[in-house]
Design a protein around this ligand. Structure first.
Ligand code: FMN
Length: 176
């Protein structure tokens, strides 16, 4: 039986790379359910993830096709939540238990393992607020993958690039 992975995609310029990860996860025989934040949908389309995952894409907490909301029914079967790319905003909300959209609500409902692959401008990544949030999540058992060093989309050099898809996939496989 396929293992279910929830792939959270947030509003980072690296959101398109989430599509590559989705494709690799499907090829690795995972059942992939994608949740996109509203910001993510401005950068890459829901249709892309629908086609790659072959599952409905969840973008709206209030779009509830079954009696049980998706964040509850999925939490009973998903083995892993991976958020790639993860924005500074997502990390901050998750640390503080904020659940104001489908993905953050799901994250608080998810009892299993969590992998976060951040992607952001190096100044954002190095901000004390972000670093403090990451440390808290690590202490709670969240597995961080990246970010990597190099040039980010806005042209700055430093730490903030989304880790490579291969590395994120390997972390997911070894975590499961
Ligand atoms: C073009 C563009 C690219 C962005 N890229 C990033 C990014 O790589 N990382 C990040 O943390 N925020 C980035 N942001 C800011 C987030 O989109 C913003 O903080 C948003 O509130 C995140 O919402 P979400 O966490 O619900 O997806 C970007 C914004 C824009 C307009």
């Amino acid at each position: 039986m396929k293992k279910t992975v929830v792939l959270g995609v947030t509003g980072s310029i690296a959101a398109y790379k989430g599509a590559g990860l989705c494709s690799k996860l499907v090829q690795a025989n995972f059942d992939v359910v994608v949740m996109m934040t509203q910001s993510a949908t401005k950068l890459v389309t829901e249709q892309t993830f629908l086609t790659l995952s072959k599952n409905p894409v969840i973008t709206d907490l209030w779009d509830v096709p079954e009696w049980q909301p998706g964040h509850i029914s999925l939490a009973n079967k998903a083995e892993l939540l991976v958020v790639a790319p993860a924005t500074a905003n997502f990390i901050g909300k998750y640390v503080n238990g904020i659940a104001d959209d489908a993905l953050t609500t799901y994250a608080l409902s998810h009892p299993g393992k969590v992998v976060i692959a951040p992607a952001m401008n190096p100044k954002m990544w190095n901000h004390p607020a972000v670093q403090a949030n990451v440390e808290i999540l690590k202490k709670r058992g969240v597995i961080f993958c990246g970010p990597a060093d190099g040039r980010v989309a806005c042209g700055a050099d430093g730490t903030g690039r989304l880790e490579s898809i291969e590395t994120i996939l390997n972390v997911i496989i070894s975590t499961l």
